[in-house]
Design a protein around this ligand. Sequence first.
Ligand SMILES: Nc1ncnc2c1ncn2[C@@H]1O[C@H](COP(=O)(O)OP(=O)(O)O)[C@@H](O)[C@H]1O
Ligand SMILES: [Mg+2]
Length: 353
Amino acid sequence: MLQITGVSRRFGDVTALADVSLEIRQGEFFALLGPSGCGKTTLLRILAGFESPDAGTVTLDGADLLGQAAHRRPVNLMFQSYALFPHMTVAKNVAYGLEREKLPKAEIRDRVGEVLEKVGLSAMAGRRPQQLSGGQRQRVALARAIVKRPRLLLLDEPLSALDKKVRAEMQLELKRLQHEVGITFVVVTHDQEEAMSLADRIAVFNAGRVEQVDEPVALYERPRTPFTAGFVGASNLFAGRACSAGLAADGLGVLPGASDLPDGTPALLAVRPERLRLGVGPGGASGGGPGGAGALRGEVADVSFYGGVSHVSVVVPGRAEPVLVATQGATQVRAGTRVVLSWAPGDGVLVPQ
Ligand SMILES: Nc1ncnc2c1ncn2[C@@H]1O[C@H](COP(=O)(O)OP(=O)(O)O)[C@@H](O)[C@H]1O
Ligand SMILES: [Mg+2]
């Protein structure tokens, strides 16, 4: 439905977007994920018509989008700050865009009523924004954005102003709403958990470039670039060279991993904390000794209990950073416990460096 091809944008010396190409499908919940300053907002502003690219094309349903004036595009951008009118009621705020289009009064009333019901704000229609909670204001902004029935709704960090609990609720809400209204959503976020929980597919951005586009699980389990492996979820990254059994790691021997990289390719091995097995006791030697292929020996430096999971950081001789292990529930190990770390070869992902 939306085809972005070779879009670039510079601001002076800063390259905000460098040759970005993406295809977004009808009805999809698509996320642009990346650290602050990587060009996400610039891309949304180009799609909305508030910014022009230096190069590239964008088509919506096969027709050129960039040549159309912002207000003519079937695209709506919901801003980071919701920009509600403080002196207007909730219903008026939502009706505003339709009134500007001079739609019949009865139609406006029906559509506003319908949308307020969808976002669960029917009872608040007569209130003003300052009489609402943060989550409710967020819903008003959403209602105002979908009441015009755009083909494409762009959301820039939509949940960043909310506290953690409300945020989790609104994530579910947003997903439900998108499903219900069937509008294609493109959401920008720097929060990888948010992107993973919301989106059908995610484009990972780094310094104005697209690193990888994938479904959340694929992105998490099979990162294709060092940046993605490091940015999406916590990972233990080991540097070395690809070999038949996995990775010949600098200073640590052979570590198990699955890859189709030619032997000797400089690579990173990414192992998720929850995929590491933590054994207590002397175990085998590091680097493929009797403790199993690629077992690492180390000493627990720190244990943090988070309720559902515990995080154990293990110092391994020959490696500067501790290895992070996530275990279900509480764990028996303490700082100072000597442990053996192992994982299945399929749980080690090799990424060319
Ligand atoms: N109007 C502008 N003038 C100058 N630099 C800008 C402008 N808009 C964005 N930038 C720069 O472009 C880069 C990308 O910005 P932005 O798209 O806002 O990133 P993000 O939304 O991913 O945080 C940043 O370095 C930012 O400072
Ligand atoms: Mg931004």
